[in-house]
Design a protein around this ligand. Structure first.
Ligand code: HEC
Length: 165
């Protein structure tokens, strides 16, 4: 017979080890699944998200970026105040040159988040729209891209996500 104290300690150690193993398994599961299912997505194939995003886009973005995502006229030419007009979000613009996380960040924090001190007419939506609404607006924008553009940007986005993991 082991003395009582030693036996209690042995039980505690066994429980602690079991708990650590379970925690380890849980962490592996969470990180394994996490990459894809937990990080937010802008999915142009998700009809519900696209429909939500269209509402957001029409209500908050279309006045500058265009009802048909066409942007403002002469969008490459600076205005007299030195700012740029709103670029298109369709395939003629450069939205699709950027990964999702960057587009969401620009929408939330404005372009100065990328280029400190940069003066821009692009508003910041971080306190106006929820993250969900912003991701949905992006899903709507993507749903309007031709296949080739969508594939290009998906590749770029996949690589950017990979670097973050
Ligand atoms: C008041 C006009 C205005 C509104 C409204 C507006 N934007 Fe913009 N947006 C701009 C301008 C202007 C730029 C380009 C800024 C620059 O380069 O200085 C821009 C740029 C962007 C860019 C960067 C594009 C790129 O290719 O680099 C994203 C993304 C963007 N807007 C998303 C949105 C979304 C999403 C909404 C609605 C939730 C929205 N914008 C509403 C004016 C606007």
């Amino acid at each position: 017979m082991m003395p009582r104290v030693t036996r209690t300690r042995a039980v505690v150690i066994v429980i602690a080890i079991a708990a650590l193993i379970l925690l380890g398994i849980a962490l592996v599961l969470v990180s394994g699944l996490g990459g894809d299912s937990r990080s937010p997505r802008a999915d142009p194939e998700d009809a519900a998200q696209v429909a939500r995003g269209e509402q957001v886009y029409r209500g908050h973005c279309a006045s500058c970026h265009g009802a048909d995502l066409e942007g403002q006229p002469e969008w490459r030419v600076r205005l007299p105040d030195g700012r740029l007009p709103a670029p298109p979000h369709d395939e003629t613009g450069h939205t699709w040159h950027h990964p999702d996380a960057m587009l969401v960040r620009i929408t939330k924090e404005g372009l100065a988040a990328m280029v400190p001190g940069y003066q821009s007419a692009m508003p910041r939506y971080g306190e106006v729209l929820s993250d969900d609404e912003i991701w949905a607006a992006l899903a709507f924008i993507k749903s309007r891209w031709p296949r080739k553009v969508l594939e290009f940007q998906s590749d770029l986005d996949r690589r950017a996500r990979g670097q973050q993991d």
